[in-house]
Design a protein around this ligand. Sequence first.
Ligand code: NDP
Length: 490
Amino acid sequence: MTRWNDAVNQAGELPDFLYIDGQRVRDALLDVIETHDPASGVLLGSVPAGSRQSIDDAVAAARAALHGPWGDINPRERGRLMWRAGEAIRDQIDRLALVETLDSGKPMRDARAGVERTADYFCYYAGIVDKLEGTTVPLGRDKICFTEKVPIGVTGHIIPWNVPINMVARGLGPALACGNTAVIKPAEDTPLSALMVVEILEQAGIPPGVVNIVTGHGAVAGQALAEHPDVRHVTFTGSVATGKSVMIAAAQHIASVTLELGGKSPHVIMADADLDRAVPDILKAVFSNSGQICSAGSRLLVERGIQDELVTALVAKSEALRLGHGLDDPDMGPLISARQLNAVTGFAERAMQRGIEFASGGKPVIVEGCEQGHFFAPSIALNVPADDELARDEVFGPVLSVIPVDSLEQAIEIGNDSDYGLAAGIHTRDISKAMRYARAIEAGQVYINGYHAAGDTVPFGGMKHSGVGREKGLAALDAYYEVKSITVSL
Ligand code: NDP
């Protein structure tokens, strides 16, 4: 335990405040929310449970900044500030990655990659700020008509716990690039990195009020943010149930939403696939971040003839995966919380009660030195009926459901028979099959012969219950500006 306590000490003083209008707010009247290392159970710190009033204050600050300093900065300077912020984040990668690992349980290499991607979001969107051009519309000789992209206003960002620092930057990058201001509500389980990022933005020269953070409970601070009449756009990542309530809250004041709500993504392996390439890819697609990824390839649709060979290889490799504390850079860290561990365990136990066989895993594991950690074994469930809960619902843990299929057509039919439509993958040497699948599958992102191969500059988002709108890349900008047309009669 001492080792983990030493790591917490090494992280230095951790943020314990709300950040509103450039002020660190510590209000003795507010309850606090403790945050723990999910691998060791060690207490990291605590943050205030922001109230409705805290949200009101943060939105008022964001509004004032919109009409004040941020609105006055010319686009080129805004871009420079964002670039500087990105580079400042990169400069602090060691501490940010340490805290992200401690707060979320991720392996250190993933936390470091996450910080790099966070910096990249700021730098990528910094480059577009002075290129957000409008158009001219021909209306004849006696009129001049042109359009401008104008900020939408105060944006609200409700952040999940699975990739906390990235999600902050994923929404903030395009929002700030378009000239908006922001109020962020981090997840209760992982509030620290968002607060650290905002302190770096301050050092980089982003004016007070432009980015505000209110930590707190979803049902209070999150709900208040989505409901706030002065919030013009809400960006939310999380569960379908909470996404619906955010959408309803935003509808009450006609605010737009970007919703990223998870999935049950099909990963198809055809008999002609290169299995040496497919096997590590399948495992990475489902076990990265301990399966706590919205786009995880959690439904494996395998052409029946290669099922035995493939499953044997997958089981051997998954049983060799090393679980441990993120600081030891294991193959897999813990789940985020006891609640999530219970939820994942419940899925596995119910599946077993229905007679589903697990070729590996299917239960929590105790890791030496991390006995308080929320670890679940990498798990492979066989012959899962396509209509079973395990094949339909998002487990959000390291559980792969293997479903045999007889043809590409059947894979497409089963793949599309889902409420979700976030991501999809296929391994085959036949480009025609790959493209037929890519065209037919209902998913926002499709990967051929390499799951998750698209990076953060590629539009990302879901169809059906997986969400509304697109994040990442230039497509993300569309949510953050209004098109205003101005017509002059000569
Ligand atoms: P939620 O959707 O409840 O939480 C996501 C965010 O929304 C958190 O910041 C949460 O705050 C906030 N929130 C909660 N209730 C409200 C509300 N009424 N109004 C506004 N904001 C709210 O997810 P959970 O953490 O409960 O996880 C449950 C399941 O959701 C997971 O098992 C997984 O299936 C899915 N999920 C999907 C994610 C994805 O990437 N698409 C990410 C995370 C979860 P607080 O932390 O205080 O609860």
